[in-house]
Design a protein around this ligand. Structure first.
Ligand code: PAF
Length: 284
């Protein structure tokens, strides 16, 4: 039986027992759950005795003109999925519960890596995301929290926040969950028309095409060319050092994380893949 908690006081009260009896994992989400989220829940279950999933569409991480109002809200379906996955508790507060003084309040500000790539295209996004993650971790006090690797920059910044602010929660990354044809699972995929969904396959295809390129410049060129077509507007296709999230030099070889964001029709999607550059993968 999954307990639904909607206030901070209820959450703190309900989590006293599980805390005494074992470890707690938190899976923070904005709802509109799909198989990708369930893979985070499975990982959480492997690492802890109790699993809490938060469902909160966080207004401070959406910019003006972004999709906060139309973001899919499917609470009943979400809870049914989480019941089936054996989740112990769902924390689903209202906006007023999390931001009782309004949205203009104390914020967690990320370091330099929060202002490039997604941060440059969505100013303030990561400050909002880090703030809500910090609040959720302070309320639930989980032993660990699980985040998807699809949001690679978010995961990097959450790890940095936990390190920089000396939080006690361990951060666990979960591999990207893809459909059979390669499309990374995302709540925003449900905005895609059938034609846009076909076009969206270019994103994962561009990452696969760039893998094995001679160096970072070659990989960037291949990736960008794959995404230069009708119906797709590329925000960025960049190669970063996974340990700093800063772009690598053009002549860089070895491993690098390719990250991209593109608009397909009216839907903005992100994806990433770890690439191996400059190493021949030819088999004799
Ligand atoms: O990745 C998300 O769904 C959100 O950014 C998160 C971590 C739940 C914070 O609102």
């Amino acid at each position: 039986m999954t307990t639904i908690l909607t206030t901070i006081a209820e959450a703190r009260e309900a989590l006293v027992d599980p805390r005494t009896n074992g470890t707690i994992a938190l899976v923070p989400t904005m709802g509109a759950l799909h198989e990708g989220h369930l893979s985070l829940v499975r990982l959480a279950n492997e690492h802890a005795d109790s699993v809490v999933v938060s469902i909160f569409v966080n207004p401070t991480q959406f910019g003006p003109g972004e999709d906060f109002d139309r973001y899919p809200r499917t609470f009943d379906e979400d809870v049914a999925l989480l019941e089936g996955a054996g989740v112990d508790a769902v924390f689903a507060p209202a906006v007023d519960e999390m931001y009782p003084k309004g949205l203009d309040q104390t914020l967690v500000t990320g370091g330099p890596a929060s202002r490039i790539l997604e941060g440059a295209h969505r100013p303030g996004h990561f400050d909002g995301a880090l703030t809500i993650v910090h609040k959720l971790v302070s309320i639930i006090e989980p032993d660990l929290a699980v985040f998807g690797e699809k949001d690679a920059q978010q995961l990097f910044l959450v790890r940095a926040m936990v390190d920089d602010l000396n939080l006690r929660t361990a951060i666990v990354g979960a591999p990207i969950n893809r459909e059979d044809d390669g499309l990374a699972r995302s709540s925003r995929n449900r905005y895609l028309s059938a034609a846009d969904r076909e076009l969206a396959l270019h994103l994962s295809a561009a990452l696969r095409a760039a893998d094995g390129a001679a160096d970072a410049d070659a990989a960037r060129q291949i990736g960008r060319e794959c995404l230069d077509g009708d119906g797709i507007v590329l925000d960025y296709f960049e190669l970063v050092d996974p340990s700093t999230f800063l772009p690598v030099e053009g002549a860089h070889t070895g491993t690098a994380l390719a990250v991209l964001a593109a608009r397909v029709g009216t839907t903005r999607l992100i994806d990433n893949q770890l690439l191996m550059l400059g190493v021949s993968t030819a088999v004799n």
